[in-house]
Design a binder for this molecule. Structure first.
Ligand code: PLP
Length: 370
């Protein structure tokens, strides 16, 4: 891979030199004091990111960050499976690939009602209000829908969840670490994020934040053996994981969250907002249209941008465009599932510079002109 390769996919994202270097150190036991110190550094950083991702940096929640050997799908499954019984009613909100994934996971463990909108459309909050009742045990929602570039209304849904005293499990995989996230104010019980996204750590490691209320309900008798929340909480007290830890990934994560601490979440949120705006404005100046339809409390993502391909190069015709981007040593993503060939997506998650954002726009412009 040459030095000027620019990775703009919505995960994995580019790594800083110190984050990469952290993986290349002599191995230690996952039961050693050295490893426990690494776990503690990563956990301290995550606690701050989960609870104080606000524009002014104030704290919005209390609980425990658990670090997992595995990508965020493992965290999503851990969150749901430890909190429901098979006859419990779950409401899953679906307006993209990852909302659908959450529903599919929940369907393995409980009785699920889906509230759906077309991928790229905003969720209808009135329909959500109708679906959540006093019988609802748990609600799943993806905050930042990576497949479409929509920022779903966690606060509005969280108010409805709280009215019915249900549990609220939120996928913040492509928002947490780059955008605002408010645990208590939004009534979130469990939040999930991933190393490889806005945290700018390598893929293969993820984290869940378990509030004390959710912890009380995780009794160690439900869910997959490997993802037992109660067991993970007990081991996290000792700065360990129940099973062998992916030591190099934990080391990288510790450095990545310290870099976030050094930038400061308020600055990081502001920078991500500025950079996503720059992407949107740049693509608009090329005559391109944004893909998602925003209405109600839904907003456009601040961490990734989805753009409709011009009619003339949709479907099979789109491969020449994607090839032309690739030839310029830039990596972007197409649409997922049925959106393949209709849209492209770029991420501004992590630690990109203004020059890299500008290069992304310039490259798309050149590729369209080819
Ligand atoms: N949730 C969202 C919103 C995502 O964007 C992703 C990855 O792209 C995931 C969950 C987790 O996916 P995986 O476990 O395949 O890394």
């Amino acid at each position: 891979m040459s030095d000027d390769f620019l990775l703009l996919n919505p995960g994995p994202v580019p790594l800083s030199e110190p984050v990469r270097a952290a993986m290349d150190a002599p191995m230690v036991s996952h039961r050693s004091a050295e490893f426990e110190a690494t776990y503690e550094r990563a956990q301290d950083g995550l606690d701050e990111i989960f609870t104080a991702s606000t524009p002014s940096g104030e704290s919005t929640g209390e609980g425990t960050s658990l670090i997992l050997n595995g990508t965020a799908t493992m965290g999503m499954e851990m969150a749901v499976s430890n909190l429901v019984d098979p006859d419990d009613e779950v409401v899953s909100l679906v307006n993209g690939k990852f909302g659908r994934r959450f529903a599919r996971i929940a369907e393995r463990y409980a009785d699920v009602t889906r509230v759906e909108a077309d991928w790229g459309d905003s969720l209808d909050v009135d329909a959500v209000a109708e679906a959540i009742t006093d019988d609802t045990a748990l609600v799943t929602l993806v905050h930042n829908e990576t497949s479409t570039g929509l920022l779903n209304p966690v606060e509005a849904v969280g108010d409805l969840v709280a009215e019915h005293d249900a549990l609220f499990v939120v996928d913040g995989v492509t928002s947490i670490g780059g955008d605002e996230f408010r645990i208590d104010d939004w009534n979130v019980d469990v939040a999930v994020t991933d190393g490889q996204k806005a945290l700018a750590a390598p893929p293969g490691i993820s984290a869940v934040f378990v509030t004390d209320r959710a912890a009380e309900q995780a009794d160690g008798e439900r869910g997959p053996f490997y993802s037992d929340v109660e067991w993970h909480l007990r081991k996290a007290d000792q700065h360990q994981t129940p099973f062998t830890s992916a030591v190099p990934l934990f080391r990288s994560l510790a450095v990545a969250v310290e870099e976030i601490h050094d930038e400061g979440m308020p600055n990081r949120i502001e920078r991500h907002r500025r950079q996503s705006e720059a992407f949107r404005e740049g693509f608009a100046a090329l005559g391109l249209e944004g893909f998602p339809e925003v209405s109600g409390p839904t907003e456009l993502s601040n961490t990734l941008t989805a753009i409709s391909l011009p009619e003339a190069i949709r479907g099979d015709e789109s491969s020449a465009f994607f090839d032309a981007v690739k030839e310029r040593n830039v990596s972007i993503s197409g649409g997922q599932a049925h959106l393949g060939g209709d849209i492209f997506r770029v991420s501004n998650m992590g630690n990109l510079t203004a020059d890299q954002i500008a290069r992304g726009v310039r490259t798309v412009g050149e590729a369209l002109g080819d």
